[in-house]
Design a binder for this molecule. Structure first.
Ligand code: ADP
Ligand code: TRP
Length: 348
């Protein structure tokens, strides 16, 4: 029997930062490594999702390849046959199935999607693309084409997962069993463990999350920052005037963020420490400068070692992996597409 499929994707629309790395890349790569014996793992690069909001297109191709390279540098095994890594735009069935699903998606339902409301609120009317509106339908196609059962996504994407389940159930009820319906969000959490709450905050405004959409990038540590530049950003992080290190997200968001970053960096640098242990070690320190220096050094060490593995990634191997995965997944995707085309009467 075919293995159950775990599927996920991270958007390639800008430089990746330590929030993407610790909140998404690293846990996904760890999950892939631990589950690939039992499951088929589909990791894909949702490059058609990359310009639902405006981007610099002269850099898109580079970001797509860079995404695959970061996966490799994070330790994703390129020779594991149960792991597929592919580019969405290389498999035309994504676009084709999206159109069919579009015609069964309600305008009202899509209009209520929180991400659409949030992202469109930040854009002028002329800049809100139909693609942004349509985003969840493309995402449903991404999932349904490969019969995925488990889809690890962050909190902000759970509504889109529910939308996917909904459209799959409705089409199955109407046309017979076309699609595998992914598990409900609660089951997904049980399966993956519930630690998707990690949110690294912006260094200058620790009340908002670190984000690649940030225009200045001053409060964001990119994986491509030089260790020295990153250290400077940490030294300039916004804190408070209490002169007393404490893990208290409500009252000391800057310091709490730095404690979290320090713990993650230490772990990535091979030290086995928990957040609790880091907090115990630094609680009550009065000299923020000294504390920041420790966080800065640990961050620089992480970047040095990450960038060393990034620079030695064998890109021929990555390219070969992408192409082999794309060939295999094209076959699966086309099977689902044909099943759907038959069901709706486009094919016999
Ligand atoms: P961004 O806001 O930087 O554009 P995305 O919304 O494209 O990031 O998210 C890509 C992935 O990275 C998602 O899985 C998301 O949960 C994760 N992620 C993004 N920002 C952070 C953060 N600051 N801390 C932890 N995880 C994050
Ligand atoms: N929308 C997801 C995000 O922004 C990326 C994505 C696109 C995705 N298609 C998907 C994730 C399918 C999981 C499954 O993070």
């Amino acid at each position: 029997m075919a293995k159950d499929v775990i599927l996920t994707g991270i958007r390639a629309n800008n430089d990746l930062h330590i929030g993407n790395y610790f909140g998404a890349m690293l846990p996904i790569v760890d999950m892939a490594k631990t589950k690939s014996a039992e499951y088929q793992i589909n990791m894909f690069i949702p490059d058609l999702h990359s310009f639902t909001t405006p981007i610099d297109h002269s850099r898109l191709y580079e970001s797509i390849i860079n995404n695959a390279r970061v996966y490799a540098a994070t330790g994703l095994p390129m020779d594991d046959e149960n792991i597929y890594i592919y580019r969405q735009s290389q498999i035309s069935a994504h676009s084709e199935l999206t159109w069919i699903l579009d015609c069964f998606s309600g305008f009202g339902q899509l209009e209520r999607m929180t991400q659409f409301k949030d992202k469109s609120a930040k854009l002028g009317n002329e800049q809100i693309s139909v693609g942004l509106f349509n985003y969840p339908v493309l995402m449903a196609a991404d999932i349904l084409l490969y019969n995925a059962k488990y889809v690890p996504v962050g909190e902000d994407q759970t509504q889109h997962l529910e939308f996917t389940r909904d459209i799959a159930e409705r089409m199955n009820a109407r046309f017979g069993d076309i699609f595998t319906v992914p598990e409900p969000v609660k089951k997904q959490h049980e399966f993956f463990g519930n630690d998707q709450g990690l949110r690294i905050k912006d260094l200058l405004d620790p009340t908002k999350k670190m984000s690649k959409s940030d225009e200045t990038g001053k409060g964001v540590i990119f994986l491509t920052d030089t260790p020295e530049h990153a250290a400077k950003k940490i030294m300039g992080a916004t804190t408070d005037d209490k002169a007393n290190v404490a893990y208290n997200k409500a009252e000391q968001p800057g310091i709490s963020n730095l404690l979290e970053i320090l713990t993650l960096m230490r772990q990535a640098n091979g030290k086995s420490v928990s957040l609790q242990q880091t907090n115990n070690e630094f609680t009550g320190h009065t000299r923020y400068g000294d504390f920041k220096k420790i966080v800065a050094d640990e961050t620089a060490e992480f970047l040095r070692s990450f960038q060393a593995s990034y620079n030695t990634v064998d890109m021929q191997k990555v390219e070969a992996k992408l192409q082999a995965s794309e060939a295999a997944m094209r076959t699966t995707a086309n099977e689902t597409l044909l099943r759907t085309q038959r069901a709706v009467g486009l094919r016999q």
